[in-house]
Ligand binder design. Structure first.
Ligand SMILES: NC(=O)c1ccc[n+]([C@@H]2O[C@H](COP(=O)([O-])OP(=O)(O)OC[C@H]3O[C@@H](n4cnc5c(N)ncnc54)[C@H](OP(=O)(O)O)[C@@H]3O)[C@@H](O)[C@H]2O)c1
Length: 227
């Protein structure tokens, strides 16, 4: 199957949490990390998020730096990468930041559980919608479709359920984690990779390819997935 190069980026605490137990999108990145993430976004053709992050956190998913947007335009690209949502029920609000912050093309992969009213809203906003007939979105098919749309570099910005599902299916090439010097704790707080988990014998092996220690007390880790 042809698919884009897929890289996950997360900000996590030293105990691997990507949010607190409250799940309100807690700030974890340092100012320097936010700049790094913006550069990473600017390097991507599309940015993908999972349904809980999309509906709960309502991310803008745009490139913040005007300079980086201008550089993309100079390279013949759109100012922002395409925004991609993987969501069982695409019940987005008309005033959501995800839909309204741009300009950016938007692609939603969903299921038949999305209501007609919400589909009408997405259509009115020129969102490209693809349906999976299964209970959840077919991620393999979604990546193949994105490749057909011309997307070569896909950035995934969580959450943990989507990250794990992509990893479990062998659809990820690289993961970068900014590890902030703090602990959130909490058994129910989301982690880098959630879902149902794997037995030890099925653990996904990684190759550490980069490590940086930063003055803000954070550590940047980059891993490749071994095939
Ligand atoms: N620190 C960071 O870098 C960072 C980045 C992003 C998010 N977050 C945090 O992560 C948390 C959300 O993560 P999450 O694990 O709860 O959810 P998520 O990964 O954002 O979304 C997962 C949801 O997507 C839908 N989905 C549909 N098809 C799917 C498929 N094939 N595979 C996986 N998901 C599919 C499902 O919705 P249904 O349940 O409706 O079926 C699923 O529950 C939030 O607290 C957010 O703040 C942190």
């Amino acid at each position: 199957m042809e698919r884009p190069f897929v890289f996950i980026n997360v900000a996590m605490t030293a105990d691997g949490k990507i949010d607190t137990f409250e799940r309100r999108g807690a700030a974890i990145s340092s100012p320097r990390d936010k700049e790094r993430v913006d550069r990473l976004r600017a390097s991507a053709d599309a940015i993908m998020v999972g349904g809980k992050t999309l509906i709960g956190e309502d991310p803008k998913l745009t490139v913040k730096s005007e300079v980086l947007r201008a550089e993309r335009v100079a390279r013949g690209l759109a100012p922002n990468p395409i925004k991609v949502g993987i969501v069982t029920e695409a019940n987005l609000k008309a005033d959501s930041k995800f839909l309204n912050t741009g300009p950016a093309e938007i692609v939603i992969f969903t299921t038949r559980r999305t209501s007609k009213e919400h589909l009408a809203l997405l259509e009115a906003r020129h969102v490209i919608v693809y349906f999976s007939e299964a209970e959840k979105v077919d991620l393999q098919a979604a990546l193949a479709t994105l490749r057909e749309l011309g997307i070569n570099r896909l950035m995934v910005e969580g959450g943990g359920t989507l990250n794990f599902e992509l990893m479990r299916l062998g659809l990820v090439d690289e993961v970068t984690a900014y590890v902030a010097p703090m602990i959130f704790g909490g058994a129910s707080a989301p982690t880098l990779a959630a879902g149902s988990g794997l037995e030890r014998s099925a653990a996904i092996p990684l190759k550490l390819i980069e490590i940086e220690t930063w003055d803000d007390g954070g550590v940047l880790l980059k891993y490749h997935f071994m095939r």
